[in-house]
Design a protein around this ligand. Structure first.
Ligand SMILES: C[S@@+](CC[C@H](N)C(=O)[O-])C[C@H]1O[C@@H](n2cnc3c(N)ncnc32)[C@H](O)[C@@H]1O
Length: 275
């Protein structure tokens, strides 16, 4: 399992975090033993297809065990994808014309599902630099970029027409970093999604800082947070998180889903910023 963030990367060394206990400039300890042990939904194939009820086609995902644990799809991502698809079938306003940001997206699955469900949404799938190519490839595989239509020879217009629109964008976002110079319109984000992002203790305060930055006190927005319980240390994350967010267990999932993912140790909550 590759270290995340990669201490050898000049980019991760040059940026620092302003969060309490962790200094991201210090080389992180090896966390092979802390990282998720086994990808539960895919094996080491080059490509997998994930079926999400509500989507006409399966989501095509290139997977790559090389760039850390995010290169494969995890159960929590699938659970969150199924939930947003189910909620969308009942109330499309959750995505209609919404700006959505996914943290620690890995393959891009959850954000791609959001973008496929509602083409009017604008979605940013984010992760560390090492996963940018994979997220980009997967976004393009499922939602191809516009095709330029050649200008007819008989017109003098130089405006090129296009068909379609790719509403899912892959962007680097390292937890804990200042978001003010991001290409993403951070203040306009309506919905934040995060799946299986709790597994590495030194990253806990970084992730919490990013969640706080995305959801400042008083801003109306939703954060859907899905995680898999692996070890007792995870509790520390949620007790740190409690200072900033109320954690509300999702109750409006499709009947039977919660029991199914609960058996796999996966939980789904909504975070609401405390006043
Ligand atoms: C277990 S994977 C989950 C991937 C995906 N959400 C899923 O459910 O399949 C955790 C993800 O968090 C990302 N991650 C870990 N530390 C990070 C950090 N400091 N900044 C940004 N992303 C980070 C990893 O690169 C990885 O993609």
């Amino acid at each position: 399992m590759v270290l995340v963030p990669d201490p050898a990367s000049p980019r991760s060394r040059s940026r620092s975090s302003s969060v309490s206990t962790t200094n991201s400039d210090v080389a992180l300890p090896s966390f092979a033993s802390l990282a998720p042990s086994r990808p539960p939904t895919t094996v080491a194939e080059e490509e997998t297809r994930v079926s999400i009820p509500g989507l006409e086609k399966k989501v095509i995902l290139k997977i790559d065990a090389g760039p850390g644990c995010g290169g494969v799809a995890w159960a929590a991502g699938e659970v969150l994808s199924r939930y947003i698809s189910y909620r969308y079938s009942i109330d499309p306003t959750i995505l209609r014309n919404k700006k959505v940001l996914e943290l620690g997206s890995g393959t891009g699955l959850v954000g791609i599902v959001a973008g496929l469900l509602d083409p009017s949404s604008e979605v940013w799938v984010t992760d560390q630099e090492i996963l940018l190519d994979l997220m980009e490839i997967n976004a393009e595989l499922n939602i191809p970029s516009p095709i330029p239509i050649p200008t007819p020879t008989w017109t003098t217009s130089n405006i090129t027409s296009v068909i379609g629109r790719r509403n899912v964008h892959a962007v680097e976002l390292n937890w804990g970093e200042d978001l003010s110079d991001s290409d993403i319109p951070i203040e306009e984000i309506d919905l934040v999604l995060a799946a299986d992002c709790v597994y590495f203790e030194p990253a806990f305060p970084l992730l919490i800082k990013t969640l706080c930055d995305l959801a400042p006190v008083g801003k109306e927005m939703d954060i859907l947070f899905c995680w898999k319980k692996r070890r007792n240390a995870d509790k520390r994350f949620f007790s740190m998180l409690k200072k900033h967010f109320d954690q509300i267990t999702i109750q409006d999932d499709k009947i039977g889903e919660k029991d199914m993912y609960g058996k796999q140790g996966v939980s789904l909550i909504k975070l609401v910023r405390r006043k």
